[in-house]
Write a protein that binds this ligand. Structure first.
Ligand code: SF4
Length: 606
């Protein structure tokens, strides 16, 4: 909301000054005084007089009334009518869509000045005519933007979910679709208001808008043009007023768009102690490639600040594989994105440190982070299809990843790209390099993503569920490939997954996350052999063995805004007791870490 203050204040100031014009005691903006023609600043006329001896300040303030009335009224009419037509056309499709969208195409065929001439001829010049012309000119923009956004929004799951609940159409459109398309519509509104102020000036300048002697900024510019040589300042004042108003409107609409979308809300600033006393941050583990300690991520939402990741510590050494496991919503991916410097705009790390090669990744400038990404640290995502550019050939994309960090010629980079494709097990790499992503299988696309990730020999590779979208055979091949590459290059590997079968196959150590916190950490052999935390035990029990059925974990991970006050796993834990009502701390137990007050007791009972 704070981002609204400055632009909102500016726009409010301009509007208030324009509205208060009759109360300001300014000279009559129409009264001529030829004896003082083009006079400079003088008592009672701080901006001087124009070519007819009229007070410039008074005309500027009264002119704002005409210019802003035309701009706001025309943009508002176009916005309301256009959004309504676009909403209905995009939602109902069919004939409504045809008439709403095609009639706008016809309207767009008219050149603006020709349309203005036509309407002025029919209705006569004046502010009302101008509002009508401008509203007609901006209408197609609103219809098309809204229509395209509704077409995209109607296929989203959240819209389907509301439809499945049986909500009436008007409620879906107003409560679900409209808030989600408000951003682009507001941007269009800011453009329309700014453009209407300029067009009002232009059309008034041509004699098609506000009728003299009524003042408007356009008429002031028109009048000042003839006396530019003798009194250049006469041109400056209306142009300045015009530019400032347009700038303020653009800023206001941008701020409104951000305020309407909670995903772009700014996160809370870092704690003052982290900012002022960075020496208090925990030091890195000496032998770790990545040493993350106490990471806490906050997101500001309209309903308050949430912490989807809290006090997460993990570390991985060169040549080692650390598996980070947990169900959806446990904070695995956010933790990885924080290390990559790729957190969404609304999320911000507010505490902790992530040491990598002597630098804290959480406090790096974006330029520094960009230099590290793709070279020293690389990441492989879950869905290779959406991570690869569909219109570029595979070889070009791998070559581009190499050239982003190495000064190689296009030919050398391409040869290197083919070699990388071969190393990742792609048969006939020369031919495959010329293929587009859609011509490859899912497994091959993931191999391409891995080739891009290792192109610059990273010290750390973060793989975020890289095998989830693949079938079991291809999954095993990709795991073999990653293990082979790791042996070859000695890179550290952080493997994010919810699949404990994969962890047993590939990882040396495992960190278990639940509801944004580490609940258990240790070597795979220890943790899988004798889990200390009931959640780890439940995850292991959920892995199907042989032909047996997996036992699912009852309940779901609580959302960050609705966490239990004590142990976060308590509502699902079969061992919950009164002692679990207190917040749980991560405690060392025989070289492992566990967040459960009853861990010893349960281990003895087992
Ligand atoms: S603290 Fe209590 S509720 Fe939480 S995991 Fe341990 S036994 Fe279960």
């Amino acid at each position: 909301m704070r981002r609204l203050w400055l632009p909102g204040g500016l726009v409010l100031l301009v509007v208030l000054v324009a509205l208060a014009a009759p109360l300001l005691g300014l000279p009559d903006p129409i009264r001529q005084d030829v004896a003082r023609r083009l006079a400079g600043p003088m008592p009672g006329s701080p901006l001087g007089r124009d070519e007819f001896g009229r007070d410039v300040l008074s005309r500027l303030v009264w002119g704002a009334r005409a210019s802003l009335t035309v701009a706001f009224a025309s943009a508002a009419i176009a916005c309301v009518v256009g959004t309504l037509l676009g909403l209905l056309g995009g939602w109902f499709r069919g004939l409504g869509e045809f008439f709403a969208v095609r009639s706008m195409d016809v309207l767009l065929c008219f050149p603006p000045v020709l349309l203005a001439l036509l309407v002025v001829t029919l209705l006569g010049p004046g502010s009302g005519t101008l509002i009508l012309v401008l509203a007609a000119l901006y209408l197609p923009g609103f219809v098309r933007v809204t229509w395209a956004e509704v077409l995209s929004a109607r296929s989203h799951d959240y819209v389907e979910a509301v439809r499945a609940l049986g909500a009436p159409t008007h409620r879906i459109l107003l409560r679900t679709v409209l808030p989600n398309i408000a951003g682009p519509v507001l941007v269009q509104l800011s453009l329309a208001v700014a453009s209407a102020v300029v067009l009002e000036s232009g059309l008034s300048f041509l004699g098609l808008g506000v009728v003299p002697p009524e003042p408007s900024w356009g008429l002031m510019i028109r009048g000042a043009r003839g006396t530019m040589a003798q009194a250049p300042l006469l041109l400056l004042w209306p142009c300045l007023a015009l530019s400032l108003t347009i700038l303020a409107m653009n800023l206001l609409c941008d701020a409104l768009r951000d305020a309407a979308d909670p995903r772009t809300a700014p996160a809370a600033p870092p704690r003052w102690v982290d900012r002022l006393l960075p020496g208090l941050l925990p030091p890195p583990r000496a032998d770790a490639v990545l040493s993350m300690q106490g990471l806490t991520i906050e997101i500001v939402t309209p309903r308050g600040t949430i912490r989807p990741v809290e006090d997460v510590s993990l570390s991985v050494r060169a040549g080692e594989t650390l598996a980070v496991v947990g169900e959806s919503g446990s904070g695995k991916s956010l933790t990885a994105l924080a290390a990559m410097g790729l957190l969404p705009p609304a999320a911000r790390p507010v505490a902790g440190a992530a040491w990598f090669q002597g630098r804290d990744l959480l406090r790096l400038e974006e330029a520094e982070h960009r230099r590290l990404r793709g070279s020293a640290i690389a990441m492989v995502f879950q869905d290779p299809m959406s991570s690869l550019n569909p219109v570029h050939r595979i070889g070009d994309q791998v070559a581009e990843a190499i050239r982003a960090h190495q000064p190689l010629s296009a030919r050398a980079a391409r040869a290197r790209a083919v070699d990388l494709l071969r190393r990742t097990g792609i048969a006939d790499p020369d031919r495959r390099a010329r293929a587009f992503p859609h011509e490859l299988s899912g497994g091959m696309r993931q191999r391409v993503m891995i080739a891009m990730a290792i192109a610059n020999r990273p010290a750390l590779l973060i793989a975020d569920e890289p095998t989830t979208a693949l079938d079991v055979t291809v999954q095993a091949q990709i795991l073999d490939l990653l293990a082979g590459l790791q042996r070859e290059t000695g890179m550290a590997l952080v493997f994010i997954t919810h699949n404990l079968g994969v962890v047993a196959e590939i990882a040396d150590r495992v960190t278990v996350l639940y509801a944004g916190q580490v609940v258990e950490e240790g070597t795979v052999a220890e943790v899988f052999g004798a889990p200390l935390h009931p959640y780890t035990a439940a995850l292991l029990a959920a892995v199907p063995e042989g032909d047996g059925m997996a036992a699912g974990i009852p309940g779901t991970v609580p959302p960050p805004q609705d966490l239990p006050p004590g142990c976060r796993f308590a509502p699902r834990c079969p061992h919950a007791a009164p002692a679990c009502d207190a917040p749980q701390l991560l405690a060392e137990r025989a070289g492992r870490a566990v967040r459960c007050t009853r861990a010893d007791e349960l281990a003895l009972a087992a």
